[in-house]
Design a protein around this ligand. Structure first.
Ligand SMILES: NC(=O)C1=CN([C@@H]2O[C@H](COP(=O)(O)OP(=O)(O)OC[C@H]3O[C@@H](n4cnc5c(N)ncnc54)[C@H](O)[C@@H]3O)[C@@H](O)[C@H]2O)C=CC1
Ligand SMILES: O=C(CO)COP(=O)(O)O
Length: 348
């Protein structure tokens, strides 16, 4: 278990946020508003100079003013200099390369947290496994997850999420930076469960989006959310996570948000597929990262390794691959054998 570095409670840690898309920008703005010295790093020079010049991220959060104290740069060493806390907010496909890039510039003792949702594409590793391997065992690590649309956080609307870490001191440091008048940050120490919930809800948001796009009604949506939660819980227990993690913000909370809120890109992908659009056209129209496309494969590989059946996630994967139509997915789900809702207790 990593050893947390001691913090002076009277000082506010300086924060480097890596990834200037919608979520990285919203989190950097939140932390800067809380009085932390905050630098946002992004690879796109146009976006970074617009943030510096106009206090706005025109591509990802148009029309939302960012705090004047927030600095932005394309130079990673500059962003990392003096950072006590690093928050990585790039898509999952860029997670490992971003960690490798930041590692040489990390200040001694600085912990690394991430708000990325998903697995390492290809290997299917959990992001905390990737971080442990790239950064080593003595770097404090934490995951930030929960129901939180970037636009609403950037607008200062009330939000609650959760920070999980095996390092209690670092966990508190990350939660302190996020917690504020319009933002509640809870804490926990189940990184596996927290990461699984954040990744899996994206796949289930596609399922409810497809159902809504096909006009299947509100009963179908509620049924999918509930049976989807059940799939999350069963897989989580299979991997040794704790059930209560997924009954909270990292699971149920984020599942409800993304399965019902049209700000969700994963739900919008499902809506488009359910209305008969192609995946290519839908992804182009959304114009931002849609994590479920890779996560569906990794969730199914993980489930197969643990011998766990996930009918909804499996159908989402097959629809995303173009192997079946949404109508065929519906037929498959409705034709499944009848059974007890809970053949065995989840909580034994
Ligand atoms: N937007 C949201 O409301 C929330 C997003 N998340 C998660 O945060 C992560 C990031 O998502 P968003 O910011 O929403 O995506 P986005 O699509 O808004 O922005 C992605 C950003 O990543 C950058 N990027 C892509 N590849 C890169 C690379 N190889 N190196 C460096 N930067 C790279 C892009 O330039 C862009 O700035 C995802 O895992 C997402 O699931 C989590 C909670 C809320
Ligand atoms: O993770 C999110 C909200 O918690 C954002 O969901 P989408 O990636 O589907 O937009």
């Amino acid at each position: 278990m990593p050893i947390g570095h001691q913090l002076d409670a009277t000082t506010r840690p300086s924060v480097a946020v890596l990834g200037a898309g919608s979520w990285g920008t919203a989190l950097a703005a939140l932390i800067a508003r809380h009085g932390h010295s905050t630098v946002l790093w992004g690879r796109d020079a146009g976006t970074i100079s617009a943030i510096e010049a106009n206090g706005e991220n025109p591509r990802y959060l148009p029309g939302i003013p960012l705090p004047g104290t927030l600095r932005a740069t394309t130079a990673l060493p500059e962003a990392m200099a003096d950072a006590d806390l690093v928050l990585v907010v790039v898509p999952s496909h860029a997670f490992a390369e971003t960690l490798r890039a930041l590692a040489p510039w990390r200040e001694p003792g600085a912990g690394v947290a991430w708000a990325t949702k998903g697995f390492e594409p290809g290997s299917g590793r959990f992001l905390h496994e990737v971080a442990g391997e790239v950064l080593g065992d003595d770097v404090p690590l934490a995951v930030v997850t929960g129901p939180s649309f970037a636009k609403e956080v950037a607008e200062g609307l009330p939000t609650a999420l959760t920070v999980h870490s095996e390092d209690a001191v670092f966990c508190q440091q990350v939660a302190d930076a996020l917690h504020g008048p319009a933002f509640r940050a809870y804490t926990g120490d189940d990184m596996c469960g927290a990461e699984l919930g954040g990744a899996m809800k994206n796949v289930l948001a596609v399922a409810t989006g497809v159902a809504d796009g096909m006009g299947l009604g509100l009963n179908a949506r509620a049924g999918l959310i509930t049976r989807g939660l059940n799939e999350m819980l069963r897989l989580n227990i299979g991997i040794g996570g704790r059930p209560e993690t997924l009954m909270g913000l990292a699971g149920l909370g984020d599942l409800v948000l993304t399965c019902t809120g049209d700000l969700s890109r994963n739900r919008r992908l499902g809506l488009a597929l359910g209305r008969g659009q192609s995946i290519e056209d839908a992804v182009r129209a959304i114009g931002q990262v849609v994590e479920s496309i890779q996560t569906a494969d990794e969730v199914m590989r993980l489930a197969q390794r643990h011998g766990i059946e996930l009918p909804i996630a499996e159908n989402v994967r097959d629809v995303l691959h173009g192997d079946i139509t949404p109508a065929e997915g519906l037929r498959r789900l409705m034709a499944r054998e009848r059974k007890a809702e809970y053949p065995q207790s989840l909580f034994d």
